[in-house]
Structures are given as C-alpha cells and as structure tokens.
Ligand binder design. Structure first.
Ligand code: NAD
Length: 258
C-alpha cells in the first residue's frame, strides 16, 4: 500500500510525548514534513531530535494566540498544512460529584475548543487546495464510558458530534475528518492513572495493570506506535475514501459492534 505522504505537511498538536509523538514520528518516517507543539521546551527538544527537519514550537493548545503563531510558523517553513492531528493531554479523572464549573470549563477548552480553533485556522487552506486530512485523537470512552473519566467521556462526545458534522460539510472539498479511539496505551498519562490507583488501593502498579488487562481481549495495553499506525493511515492518501468514522484501537476492550 502506498501512503502517499512524501512531501505532505502534518501538524501534530501536543506532539512531544505519547500518542502525539508516536504519530508525528509515523508521519516523519513516511516522508511527510512534521510540525509539533507542546508547552514545555525540554520534551519538545527531545522529540524534535528524533525527527530531523521537524518544526517544534512551544504552544499551549488552549491558547488561541499560541496556536495562531504556531500555524503561521508552519506555513512560513513548509507552505501548506495538509494534515491536522488534533491532540491534547486528557482532562483529569473524577467523579461527577467532585467536579465544579471551573473543571468543566477547563476540560471544554482543552478537549473541544483546542480542536475547533486549530481546525478553523487550518481548514481554509485545505479547502482552497481541495485536499486535507483532519484526524482527532479521542478515546475508546466515546464507544463505552470509562469509569471515573467523567470529563473525558462527556466532552469527547461533543468533539465526536462536531467531527461527524464537519465531515459532511467538508467532504465535497476533498477533506476527510476521522477520529482515532485509543484504548489503554502505555504513555505518561496511563502511568499516572496507574500510580494514582496504586496510591488509592495499596496494590502495585503492576498488579493493577495485570487486573486491567483481564478486560482486554488481547490481554495487554497498547503501545503508542500501534495507535500512531491508525493515525498515519487516516492522514494518508491511502485513506481517501474514509471519512466521518471513529475507529477504535483498543485491543478489543469495547464490547459493542463499533
Ligand atoms: P500523554 O500525557 O502521554 O501526552 C500528552 C501530550 O500532550 C504531551 O506531549 C503533553 O506535553 C501535551 N499537552 C498536554 N496538555 C497540553 C496543552 N495544554 N498544550 C500543549 N500540549 C499539551 O498523553 P497520551 O496518552 O499520549 O494521550 C493523548 C490523548 O489520547 C489524550 O487526549 C488522552 O486522553 C487520549 N487517550 C489516551 C489513552 C491512553 O491510554 N494513553 C487512552 C485513551 C485516550
């Protein structure tokens, strides 16, 4: 299969670690120009060092001015942006009773508005060229809610509704919009969730992981590169007839038909 990514430019939001970084590395390996942003210089430099020619810039995805400056810098360096991967850190866990208005507002900024604002900046260029790929990194929580991830489960459904609606609107312009739904994937976010659970229960993180994977048909957590394979495919020429989908890469953890 030819991915057709040589010479294309991919913008990966929050791309210094985890699934974002693995996706950026996947696009880079496939011959695309890659631009990544994150809030801290250290991890960003480390990530950029693994991808020669990569544009790496500090930007908070919740800050419109930061995103604007980042998009401008990419356009100056590479010209057009062909592929946008909307990604961010996940909102914090918590039961409904523990969450106030400020928590909800912050999660809406992080998970929904970051994607909407960045897409708004990048979309007109894609439309004028008649080609574009928008890939949103979401969660298997949009298929089946994950216990205690109240903010994530709720706000990601808004992102999904927006993405599906947008797919209908921009399909005629040659632009696809798809959603990647990772299951448990070994990244800093999951290490943190396991550590939190360990502190709460007194069990080791290894014990908690061993219990967790009993609910996953493939009996293991995923690797970031395995999620990235789906992101890169959906961002490629090869996925040209796929739009409006939300595809799980979760080891079979969600038990419905899709
Ligand atoms: P991660 O914590 O390993 O990496 C998150 C990245 O986002 C880092 O590069 C971090 O610097 C960056 N980031 C966070 N907030 C930012 C902000 N405001 N501005 C700019 N950069 C910011 O996370 P991950 O595991 O790679 O997860 C990526 C996405 O996938 C998240 O939305 C997460 O909830 C979702 N997800 C992850 C899993 C999993 O098991 N890892 C499962 C389902 C969904």
């Amino acid at each position: 299969m030819k991915l057709g990514l040589e010479g294309r430019t991919a913008l990966v939001m929050a791309g210094s670690q985890g699934i974002g970084l693995a996706s950026a590395q996947g696009f880079h390996k496939a011959g695309a120009n890659v631009a990544i942003c994150a809030r801290s210089q250290g991890p960003l430099d480390e990530a950029a060092a693994s991808m020669p020619g990569c544009l790496a810039m500090t930007a908070d995805v919740t800050n419109e001015g930061d995103i604007n400056a980042f998009v401008k810098a990419i356009q100056e360096q590479f010209g057009a942006i062909d592929i946008l991967v909307n990604n961010a850190g996940g909102p914090p866990p918590g039961a409904f009773a523990d969450l106030g208005d400020a928590d909800w507002a912050a999660a809406v900024e992080l998970t929904l508005m970051s994607a909407i604002r960045t897409t708004r900046m990048v979309l007109p260029g894609m439309q004028s060229r008649g080609w574009g790929r928008i890939v949103n990194i979401s969660s298997f929580g949009v298929k089946q809610p994950v216990d205690n991830l109240t903010l994530s489960n709720s706000i990601r459904m808004a992102v999904l509704g927006w993405a599906k609606t947008l797919a209908n609107q921009v399909g005629p312009d040659g632009i696809t919009v798809n959603t990647v739904c990772p299951g448990w994937t070994r990244t800093a976010r999951v290490e943190k969730l396991l550590a939190r659970q360990s502190a709460k229960t007194g069990s080791s993180t290894a014990e908690i992981e061993a219990t967790l994977v009993q609910d996953i048909p493939l009996r293991r957590v995923g690797e970031a590169a395995e999620i990235a394979n789906l992101t890169v495919f959906l961002g490629s020429e090869a996925a040209g007839y796929i739009t409006g989908t939300a595809i799980a890469a979760d080891g079979g953890a969600t038990r419905g038909y899709g």
